[in-house]
Design a protein around this ligand. Structure first.
Ligand SMILES: C[S@@+](CC[C@H](N)C(=O)[O-])C[C@H]1O[C@@H](n2cnc3c(N)ncnc32)[C@H](O)[C@@H]1O
Length: 205
């Protein structure tokens, strides 16, 4: 699993942005931010080798749907090979920026969660702004809906003022240690699910 990841990193270091996949601890922390007690539409930006996807698929309600946006063709093929035959999972070898049109194409009005591992820090400011705005717009208008990211820095918080509530925690057991940050769609958004509580608590912008 790590071999293909390392190979793609060596070929596209800025896009893949990590030598090894997320740790088990980080994966559990991220999954713990979602409520899987009911069917959800879950989008993942930059699934890479699929380490978060596997955890989500294992935990999610069986009537859920997962849509993956992976820019790297080889990693997207690797995901196809892993999840072939599971009709709940759609793998798109395309830019996360295409989320609105991909939802529209499928007649899906909104998604409940967007989980992201893409290296936002390398995106041009305008592209970053557009992606963060369209991510917000695509989330369903209910208190569980959220955008969940894991990143080495927490710089994205400053670019996500349009999300009314944010909760962040630091995960030391990852290489490198990373922030796990949950941006809620609504001001009343609440933590739920197992391990769904941010260490630092939430704050409103
Ligand atoms: C740091 S890796 C994370 C991989 C995996 N999710 C993990 O936690 O180990 C970032 C991934 O995002 C993908 N990526 C980067 N920019 C992207 C974009 N704009 N749209 C979709 N995927 C992107 C890269 O190809 C890479 O697979």
């Amino acid at each position: 699993m790590s071999a293909i990841f390392l190979k793609r990193f060596l070929q596209r270091p800025f896009q893949v942005a990590s030598i090894i996949p997320s740790s088990r601890t980080l994966i559990r922390r991220v999954a713990g931010k979602m409520d899987f007690t009911q069917p959800r539409v879950i989008v993942e930006y930059g699934p890479g080798g699929g380490c978060h996807t596997r955890e989500i698929v294992q935990r999610m309600h069986q009537d859920s749907q997962v849509i993956l946006f992976e820019l790297d063709a080889e990693l997207a093929q690797h995901l196809e090979d892993q999840f072939r035959g599971d009709r709940r999972i759609t793998i798109l070898n395309t830019d996360a920026a295409h989320l609105p049109r991909e939802l529209l194409k499928r007649g899906i009005p909104h998604c409940d969660y967007v989980v992201s591992g893409i290296p936002f820090s390398i995106l041009e400011p305008e592209k970053k702004r557009e992606l963060l705005r369209s991510t917000y717009d695509c989330l369903a208008p209910h208190d569980s809906a959220a955008f969940i990211i894991y990143q080495y820095t927490n710089e994205l918080v400053a670019h996500c003022r349009h999300f009314p509530r944010v909760e962040s925690e630091y995960c030391l057991r990852n290489i490198p240690p990373s922030f796990v940050t949950k941006f809620y769609k609504t001001a009343n958004g609440s933590a739920h699910g197992k391990n769904g509580h941010g260490k630092n608590g939430g704050h409103r912008h």
